[in-house]
Design a protein around this ligand. Structure first.
Ligand code: FAD
Length: 454
């Protein structure tokens, strides 16, 4: 009898233990189920859906080249898999582990009907295995990273299956086009397709481009004007490249790549937090933050919209928000600046920012997004503090963002490097700062002082 490979965000053939395990047993039925109910309000955002469309198209073509197919179904995961079982007699499901709470729920439902075999391969070390001396899980990154060393390097990446045996009978498949994952009117995805090539081949190409620059990562990674970072996050999120592939490709370069490998470690760390606090995307890690007097009402809503549209009057913030809207991605240093600005200067609940990122990022990831937003807010179980307020203008100058601002805020393109971070003479089309730095800072600190004792 055939086995099912149940794909989620592991859309690759290489270093994919589920495919290899299934292929060893005989015929394989690769299945992707679009289940919009499973995650409830965590339904995939618009930019992620665009990516998913192209990633599935790419995987389907790669499977066809191996004599196989990608079966697409829409509905509840366990019901669709059960229907495929009735159509084909498949009794075993192979899949990679995922730790978002909705995926774990789905696994429990699938387990009721199938021999569900879960394999590792989406993290440097399986989440839950990096433990303290007393067997607990870490809450702080630095000791987590130290303990992770004992699990490194990750296993050598597995080769892709040489062939996949087709089942005697293929179950029905929907057409990807019918899912309408891409925007139509208006079609805002032009900037996304100019920037990205979703799929395993696109991920491999991105990794190859980065490997030759990896030595310079440390000096350049905080400078948004330069192509200093790997831009691998959406490929890693959708599992088109595995962290083990990235690790080995970069570590093989030798030299000073530790800072980069440490960032990959942050990805594992975030997942390790979600494993302990599954509701982290919506619930403050520190309960005292439940009482924080976030601004609400029409003025706060207008400020939120100005932030989303890149119209705050702070060039670095606006450049970042426009880069996000255009490309579905934002440089990490600028993500930290815009998050701090929303939470502190505008005193808007971090969850509103997290939601906007969820909808607009092509790399939107439950663990990485919520851990980083809570880190920015100081509301998390990690070591960061609310009172660390980033000064956007200082950050902009310090990290040499002039050319980055010119690229994304063309109204300011004519200004000199010295002027552009904090323009005195503003072109008529560019707004005045939505709030003065000192005023925003003082308001944020006062709001925090009110909950400090709680
Ligand atoms: P590189 O610097 O080249 O790093 C390589 C890889 O390491 C990344 O692809 C990513 O997988 C991982 N990584 C790097 N930094 C972090 C970090 N701080 N936390 C966790 N993993 C990290 N990343 C996402 O993938 N999805 C998100 O939804 C997301 N939301 C974020 C929200 C905020 C407010 C902030 C401050 C950061 C967020 N990040 C998120 C983390 C980080 O900004 C991106 O992973 C990074 O910018 C991706 O670009 P890169 O691939 O060029 O990164």
């Amino acid at each position: 009898t055939p086995s099912i490979v149940w794909l989620r965000r592991d859309l690759r053939l290489a270093d994919q233990a589920a495919f290899l395990a299934a292929a060893r047993k005989g015929p394989v039925i690769p299945v992707y189920v679009l289940d919009d109910e499973i995650a409830q309000h965590r339904r995939m955002g618009a930019a992620s859906r665009w990516w998913l469309h192209h990633s599935l198209a790419s995987l389907a073509a790669d499977l066809q080249a191996l004599g196989s197919r990608l079966i697409l179904r829409r509905g509840r995961c366990h019901e669709e898999l059960a229907a495929i079982r009735r159509e084909t007699g498949a009794r075993t499901v192979h899949a990679l582990h995922h730790y978002e709470p909705w995926w774990r729920n789905a696994e429990r439902a699938v387990e009721q009907q199938f021999d569900l075999q879960l394999h590792h391969g989406n993290y440097l070390a399986p989440p839950g295995t990096v433990t303290t001396g007393s067997g607990g899980l870490y809450k702080i990154y630095t000791p987590f990273w130290r303990a992770l060393q004992q699990h490194l390097p990750p296993p050598t990446p597995l080769a892709p299956p040489a062939r996949l045996e087709a089942p005697a009978y293929w179950p029905a498949s929907e057409r990807l086009e019918d899912w309408k994952l891409r925007p139509t009117r208006p079609d805002w995805s032009g900037g996304l397709s100019d920037t990205w090539s979703p799929g395993e081949e696109g991920g491999r190409a991105r990794l190859a481009q980065f490997v030759v620059r990896a030595q310079r990562y440390e000096q350049r990674r905080n400078l948004p004007a330069l192509p200093g970072t790997a831009m691998l996050s959406p490929h890693l999120h959708f599992g088109e490249v595995s962290p083990a592939q990235v690790w080995h490709a970069v570590a093989d370069q030798g030299g000073s790549v530790d800072t980069f490998l440490g960032e990959l470690g942050w990805r594992d760390y975030a997942q390790n937090i979600i494993l302990q606090f599954p509701a982290y995307g919506g619930r403050n890690g520190k309960a005292q933050f439940d009482a924080l007097a976030w601004r609400t009402g029409p003025e706060a809503e207008a400020d939120l919209i100005a932030w989303q549209r890149g119209q705050t009057g702070y060039p670095i913030v606006d450049a970042g928000m426009r880069e996000l809207w255009h490309t579905g991605w934002m440089h990490n240093r600028v993500r930290m600046i815009v998050a701090s600005f929303l939470i502190k200067h505008l005193l808007i609940d971090w969850r509103r920012g997290e939601q906007w990122f969820w909808d607009t990022l092509v790399d939107a990831d439950y663990a990485q997004n919520s851990v980083n937003w809570q880190w920015s807010a100081g509301s998390g179980v990690d070591a960061n503090m609310f009172v660390r307020i980033m000064a956007p203008l200082t950050q902009s100058a310090k990290f040499e963002a002039a050319d980055y601002i010119r690229r994304w805020v063309p109204e300011l393109a004519g200004l000199s490097d010295a002027e552009i971070h904090d323009p005195v003479r503003r072109p008529p089309r560019y707004p005045r700062p939505i709030i003065a730095h000192a005023e925003g800072r003082a308001r944020a600190l006062a709001a925090f002082a009110a909950i400090k004792g709680e």
